[in-house]
Design a protein around this ligand. Structure first.
Ligand code: UDP
Ligand code: MG
Length: 319
């Protein structure tokens, strides 16, 4: 019988663990699907890991890990994939905003032979205006840079073991799960779902954390901003050629004036472009710097008893 692993990154979700475990195990048992639930507490500072331990005592199909600090949802997803044993793995939020009712449908598609089943949002559910605007901007930027429609896609996905193994062998530290599962290829299909309302706790994203996420992902998944620097250079050169001709004509015809306005404008425009370009290049250098340091994506400090392996980042490689 095939095993389904469900990976649930959780950051300060003590109110959600028990409830989510109950809802999922009830559903999967009813559907007759062999399963394991993997909660990855992303350096939670509340009782999330204690709740995971409690859930594991009640149901041995629950396992989990605690990170030594907050490493971000991406790291949580990858740790969960690393810990999973299933023939298929579903990644979903542990606040049940990704409706469990879509799981049987995803599972069926997988049994039909699909290797990636994407969850596609019907709408973004009830969210504050500020959040909608920043998330909207985020997806616009991302879609343009990665050249795929990101607005409807989410981290709610089912992946076949083959795809999981491909993702786990990628050496990069700055990952973007949502886009990587596109990038990997394989036979894809989609399942649409309605985003549910969060029952307990609050969203863990702020405007700034979303913007940071956008910039990090854009620079780790696209080199378009670097090409933008070249474009800006070309525009400035064209501009300066026109101005040079004008200046020379004026000089030769003996009507050259002080031209302070031009000088000030030129200094400002070129200075602005230069600094912007340096900033963009700086972002890439920062990414390269992080990659060459070769630090693990995450550090695991505690695991439940039913998880084997060494307790540190990328532990499977050290087993
Ligand atoms: N999450 C995480 N680490 C973080 C932030 C969030 O593991 O640093 C988890 C969180 O516990 C939840 C999921 O990622 O299971 C989605 O987060 P949230 O519900 O706050 O985001 P939203 O639904 O508002 O996009
Ligand atoms: Mg949520």
């Amino acid at each position: 019988m095939s095993l389904l692993s469900i990976v649930l990154p959780s950051y300060n979700e003590e109110q959600n663990i028990a409830h989510t475990t109950e809802v999922l195990s009830e559903l999967l048992e009813r559907e007759g699907i062999d399963y394991e639930l993997i909660f990855v507490s992303d350096g939670s500072t509340d009782g999330t890991f204690q709740e995971i331990l409690k859930a594991n005592k009640k149901n041995p199909r629950v396992k989990g890990a605690q990170f030594s600090r907050n490493f971000g949802k991406e790291a949580g997803i990858f740790a969960g994939l690393e810990m999973s044993l299933g023939d298929a793995v579903i990644v979903m939020d542990c606040d049940l905003q990704h409706p469990p009712s879509a799981i049987p449908e995803m599972w069926k598609k997988w049994q039909e032979g699909y290797e990636v089943v994407e969850g596609i949002k019907n709408d973004r559910g009830k969210e504050s205006l500020g959040y909608k605007v920043s998330a909207g901007l985020f997806y616009k930027i991302m879609s343009a840079l990665i050249k795929m429609d990101m607005n409807a896609s989410s981290d709610f996905k089912l992946l076949d073991r083959k795809v999981v193994n491909v993702l786990l062998t990628l050496p990069e530290r700055n990952t973007f799960f949502r886009a990587l599962s596109f990038w990997a290829g394989f036979d894809k299909t989609t399942v649409s779902y309605e985003v549910q309302e969060r029952q307990f706790g609050t969203s863990k994203w702020s405007f700034f954390s979303l913007m940071k996420y956008a910039v990090t992902n854009a620079t780790s998944f696209s080199t378009l901003p670097l090409q933008l620097v070249t474009m800006m250079g070309i525009v400035s050169i064209l501009f300066s050629v026109i101005l040079a001709v004008q200046t020379l004509v004026k000089y030769l015809s003996g009507t050259a004036v002080e031209g302070f306005t031009t000088v000030i404008l030129l200094v400002l425009i070129i200075g602005g472009f230069l600094m912007l370009s340096l900033g963009i290049i700086g972002h890439y250098i920062a990414r390269i710097y992080e990659e060459v340091k070769g630090r693990p994506k995450y550090i695991i400090s505690k695991v439940t008893d039913n998880v084997q392996g060494e307790i540190i980042g990328n532990w499977r490689k050290k087993q």
